[in-house]
Design a protein around this ligand. Structure first.
Ligand code: BGC
Length: 510
């Protein structure tokens, strides 16, 4: 009996264990099957993204053509295109002959920059200057225009008191200032203009439609700061001015930062909407505001459509939303969020992935450029920024691939934009412009060295973006023509360039 009981128990145990083992292995198999299925679906989401973001060279050429056509339309009439092609009244770029101490204010992103430049009347390879950067508090970015300009004027006053006037004296008693205000502005003269709209997260409603220089001038006089705004410019224009000061082959400037934009020197006769105000120099710098460029040839995905719909400025800044630093991280986040929501690839803790704009573009840069064999940086960023504690190596590779697809599209579209400008001014090697009839002259121009000044952290600090952009220029133009196009990094041009332009437009100089 005792033996029987033991025997039965033993048999029961064996059967029980076998059953448990079966259940465990069945569970493992089913988990593995689920994992594999999830994985396949994630890969499918990635493939769809790749297809949606594809930029074969034929498509890029269509974007080039569309850019050149829209430029032409924007120059023909006010409101003729989504490309505003704004007049700047900058007919001449500084040539280095100016002397004196000049100030500049540079407002365009999350920081205000205050600059003082000393000029000694000779072109010099390094300009003596002081810069101070001041973060703009969030409440100022969304408050009132009075608060904004009080903040700017006080920062300028403190800076001027601290650095003094430098070795080169002023031509008059009033100090002269260049103001870089990097939002779409309808200029009424070289020193004044009206804000058309905000971009890049600024939302000071009472400011739209106001004269930007008057607001600053008023705030300065309230605190007895005796300075005169001599030029009101866009950051692209400052960058063009500084680059041209060092290298006269510079024809255009492009910014890839929080926002994106380009400006270039255009012939007066091509600016049809400006006829009647022809300048002696035969041209003017045009601020394209290309962030607002749109064409049906742009490869758009459901992520872009949702991003736009949920933005404070839907249907605006379409090109910028595919290219600039404010949005690249957000596109990547939206893709990862979909993988997380639909497939749970990040586990249940992926809560931060649902927070808009939590994934900044500098984090995308770090992950994309992680060269460690097990992608440690990717794991670290997922943990620190998104609070996802564990990621497998396969998942990290997938994340890097998402970053790659989004950035590659951005950089290649940016390249198409640049070639669009080259095409418009007849420097794309084709010997023609959109406006026909100049082909002989353009033929002569076609092999000339052509410099494009570039600034903005997306270009200067994100080497993969830079490589993709440079590569796409060669893809579109061909190696031979592309070898004549130089993309030159010009840092701090937005501020220093404004001071240079203030000097060459000093109202107190005879
Ligand atoms: C603005 C432009 C500016 C660009 C780069 C865009 O959002 O509209 O005026 O040049 O950002 O800062």
């Amino acid at each position: 009996m005792g033996y029987n009981l033991v025997g039965k128990l033993g048999l029961g145990l064996v059967v029980g264990c076998a059953l448990a083992a079966c259940v465990v292995s069945a569970t493992m198999v089913s988990k593995r099957v689920k994992r594999t299925r999830r994985w396949k679906k994630s890969v499918k989401i990635l493939q769809e993204l790749e297809e949606g973001c594809a930029t074969p060279v034929e498509k890029l050429r269509q974007v080039v053509d569309a850019m050149a056509v829209e430029m032409h339309a924007g120059l023909a009439s006010e409101g003729g295109s989504k490309l505003k092609m704004l007049l700047t009244f900058v007919h001449k770029l500084p040539n280095g002959s100016d002397e004196g101490t000049y100030y500049a204010l540079d407002l365009g992103g999350s920081k205000l920059r205050v600059v003082r430049v000393n000029l000694d009347g000779q072109r010099s390879s390094s300009l003596e200057h002081d810069v101070e950067r001041k973060p703009i508090p969030q409440h100022i970015m969304t408050g009132t225009s009075e608060e904004l300009f009080n903040f700017i004027a006080s920062a300028l006053k403190e800076f001027a008191e601290r650095v003094g006037d430098g070795p080169h004296k002023f031509s008059g008693s009033t100090r002269v200032l260049g103001f870089t205000f990097s939002y779409p502005v309808k200029q009424t003269s070289i020193s004044s203009g009206i804000l058309i709209k905000w971009t890049k997260g600024f939302a000071i409603k009472d400011m739209v439609g106001k004269n930007v220089s008057d607001c600053l001038q008023e705030a300065m006089s309230k605190i007895d700061l005796d300075m005169r705004v001599a030029v009101l410019i866009n950051d692209t224009v400052g960058t063009l001015a500084l680059s041209n000061y060092h290298d006269e082959d510079t024809v255009a400037a492009v910014i890839f930062a929080t926002g994106t934009n380009a400006c270039y020197f255009e012939r007066s006769d091509a600016i049809i909407k400006y006829q009647g105000f022809l300048s002696t120099s035969g041209g003017m710098v045009v601020n394209m505001e290309w962030g607002n460029f749109w064409s049906s040839h742009l490869p758009r995905t459901p992520y872009d459509i949702e991003l736009d719909a949920n933005s404070p400025n839907p249907t605006d800044q379409g090109f910028e939303k595919m290219i600039s630093g404010m949005y690249l991280g957000e596109i990547v986040r939206r893709v990862l969020f979909r993988m997380s929501e639909e497939l749970g690839v990040f586990g249940v803790t992926a809560s931060k992935l649902s927070v808009p704009f939590v994934l900044r573009t500098y984090v995308v840069t770090i992950m994309h450029e992680d060269e460690s064999p097990d992608l440690q940086e990717v794991g670290k960023m997922m943990k620190d920024v998104l609070e996802i504690p564990k990621t497998t190596i396969e998942l990290r590779k997938l994340i890097v691939k998402v970053c790659d697809v989004v950035t590659r599209r951005a950089a290649r579209l940016a390249a198409a934009g640049i070639v669009g400008i080259l095409k418009k001014i007849g420097r794309d090697g084709s010997g023609g412009t959109v406006a026909a009839g100049k082909s002989k002259i353009e033929d002569e121009k076609k092999m000339r060295r052509t410099v494009i000044a570039v600034d903005g952290s997306v270009y200067t600090t994100y080497s993969m973006f830079r490589e993709y952009l440079n590569g796409a220029i060669s893809d579109i133009l061909g190696e031979e023509v592309a070898s004549h196009v130089v993309l030159k990094v010009v840092e701090d041009g937005s501020g220093i360039g404004a001071a240079l332009l203030a000097a060459s437009h000093d109202p107190f100089k005879s």
